[in-house]
Design a protein around this ligand. Structure first.
Ligand SMILES: *Cc1c(COP(=O)(O)O)cnc(C)c1O
Length: 249
């Protein structure tokens, strides 16, 4: 537990330093830290919560539903905000949407999934007409095996959501990007690409770009991402330690 709290403090401090280094144009917001707790036990989530952490990310619907409904979380983490950051299948939507304290789904990448979420959310009775926050995931690295819509489709998907999915609130854009990019080579092209997508959405749809969040940056590059204007970094390993090898969607 002491180690977890020390890690959390290091990550927060580094975010603050990176955040202070940003150009003035980005200083209208403070980046949000999402602690990615996949494969990690509820006890560690409670410890991090007690140390002030509120936003947590999970990749798998079953795991999120289990943790979100766990009695310790319900009793001790009443203001927890869950981010769903994994690949979403339609047959899991109801389970996801009925998880207590679901804050946002960061991985909407098709019209189909957006429509399905919209329909399911409008039928949920667990919220008082609040819209469901979503981000559009973009496959900025154009890797076949990665989720996310193609960058050329971002504007039309956002337009579709705004026009047809009135129970959803479009909040921003998310990318995972290529693994192992060497930052000494300059700004990460995936992060630059996500920023360009934001400019396109802002221009084409007439949305103030300050109202479009950027979810980018993980353990290996969150400081770099913050310097480039990330509003939401998703950090797992640097907080909770190594995970068993397996994942990533
Ligand atoms: C696992 C995961 C993270 C966290 O990765 P770390 O390298 O452990 O910080 C962030 N975003 C997504 C989408 C993930 O799946």
């Amino acid at each position: 537990m002491a180690e977890l709290i020390a890690n959390l403090k290091v990550v927060r401090d580094k975010i603050n330093v990176a955040s202070a280094r940003r150009p003035l144009e980005y200083k209208y917001f403070e980046p949000r830290l999402v602690a990615v707790s996949k494969f990690k036990p509820v006890e560690l989530i409670v410890d991090a919560y007690k140390a002030g952490q509120r936003h947590f990310g999970e990749n798998y619907v079953n795991e999120l539903a289990e943790k979100g409904n766990h009695s310790s979380i319900l009793e001790m983490c009443t203001d927890i905000c869950w981010h769903f950051i994994g690949h979403l299948q339609r047959n899991k939507i109801n389970k996801l949407l009925t998880t207590p304290n679901l804050y946002i789904i960061e991985t909407v990448d098709t019209e189909k999934i957006a429509s399905a979420l919209n329909a399911a959310w409008s039928k949920c009775r667990t919220h008082e007409n609040l819209k469901l926050k979503i981000m559009v995931q973009v496959n900025t690295s154009n890797e076949q095996e990665k989720s996310g819509c193609e960058r050329t489709q971002v504007c039309s998907l956002v337009q579709y959501i705004i026009d047809n999915c009135t129970s959803l609130e479009f909040v921003g854009l998310m990318t995972i990007g290529m693994f192992g990019y060497d930052v000494t080579k300059g700004p990460n092209p995936d992060f630059l690409c996500l920023k360009e997508c934001r400019e396109e959405v802002s221009k084409e749809l007439g949305i103030d770009s300050k109202k479009i969040e950027l979810s980018m940056g993980m353990s290996s590059d969150y400081e770099h991402a913050v310097e480039l204007g990330s509003t939401n970094v998703r950090v797992g390993t640097a907080i909770f330690g190594e995970r068993p090898k397996k994942d990533i969607s």
